[in-house]
Design a binder for this molecule. Sequence first.
Ligand SMILES: Nc1ncnc2c1ncn2[C@@H]1O[C@H](COP(=O)(O)OP(=O)(O)OP(=O)(O)O)[C@@H](O)[C@H]1O
Length: 456
Amino acid sequence: MTTTHAPKILFVDDIPALCEEMVTTLRGEQLDADSNLSPLAAIPEIVQGKYDLVITGLVIAELGGFEIIRRIRGAGCRTPIIMITGFGTEQSAIEAARLGVADYLTKPIERKELIARVKRVLKQYATPQTEQPGSLVRMISGDPKMNEIFEKVKTIAPTDSRVLILGETGCGKQLLAHAIHQQSQRKQEPYVEVNCAAIPANLLESELFGHEEGSFTGATKRRVGRFETAGQGTIFLDEIGELGFDLQSKLLHVLDNGKFTRVGGNKELRSSARLVSATNRDLMKEVELGRFRADLYYRLNVISIELPPLRRRPGDIGLLAQHFINQFVPKGSQPPTFTPSTVEVLRRYPWPGNVRELQNVAEQLAVLNRGPRIEATDLPSRILQARPVETISPTAQRQVQLGFRKAKDQFEKEYLLTIIQQANGNLAEAARLAEMDRGQFYRLAKRHGLTTNTDS
Ligand SMILES: Nc1ncnc2c1ncn2[C@@H]1O[C@H](COP(=O)(O)OP(=O)(O)OP(=O)(O)O)[C@@H](O)[C@H]1O
């Protein structure tokens, strides 16, 4: 890995003398510059995040400047690009702006002017494009939606209302539940966590409500349950969607009148703990499917908070990655920093394991990395090679969800419809346009219900 702090710049043009001149000029300013005569060879390296800035010409025989930018952006890469041209027209300046170039320069360009513009773009893009980070107890975020959630928690935490936290695995539900407790007036009281998925169903009742000695085989002495331990504090039931029907009814009873008994006992005990619950299931759907009691759902869901998955909060990815790196480096050593292009690559990955997965990657990087910067090439290959979600068209995403047969069917029908319309309803002409045999085209159209009796 590179140990230099200088940002990396690539100049793409097919005139060797120009490349040499540009590289010499930039290096003269202590900038780490390189050139490539072939856009097709340069694009994969740019997309991999190897450079912090790309400077490209407009007219290049192998691939023009605009097409280079389209391909780079099409691959989800947002590395800043400066376009330089000797053939600039108003039209090309507009197109360059439309494609989101960071700067557009027309020749002749003074050396001083070039350096100033390059440095301006580097400075602008080196500043993380995130909101001012917000925080809530041990949580931090630079995402506006998350910061709204933090504000909501600060408002609702001091009340006694029950809270249901929804969100994919690893996106911070547990941390948020704890933050609610910490921000409440109950923070001096116990905070008790129960993961309903981690305890075998037959032991969960005793775990929650306790049991009396001899109440079942193995119950050798009385055990105090988690509701009792929580006292006046907060009880957090994680993975509540995993509760069996039986326990759902018992929980409903506690929520309705605050009373419960230990397994095998008959003394009525009272719970005044505040209940916070969480699930990564679509609990409403579970209700519709008859797997979760509707009455319990409404009692749990007095205030609901939905944590967005990490891929929907791109502003958090760089921020949290750096936050975790800072935590994981050994005491006394300087934490390495992520280059802007590495953050770009991190943002392209969909993070199915959410913040937990990012935390693990950061830990790995903190342990293995020896240099002051973390380059894109230091990242695990699954992240480096991830295709950005946004480059897959919404239609393609929908089709993937349909499964191959249905997607093929849908495509065929839409294709036939379009081509029949283009041929003004004339099937013979449509078959010709589709370069298909007329009989085969007719049979296919019939199968999709696109023919009338007069067509035969
Ligand atoms: N906003 C954040 N700031 C700092 N750390 C975070 C943040 N969100 C999550 N984490 C950390 O990420 C890890 C996963 O978070 P957490 O366990 O709260 O997720 P979860 O949604 O409860 O996961 P699961 O559904 O698998 O139980 C934890 O180590 C947590 O400390």
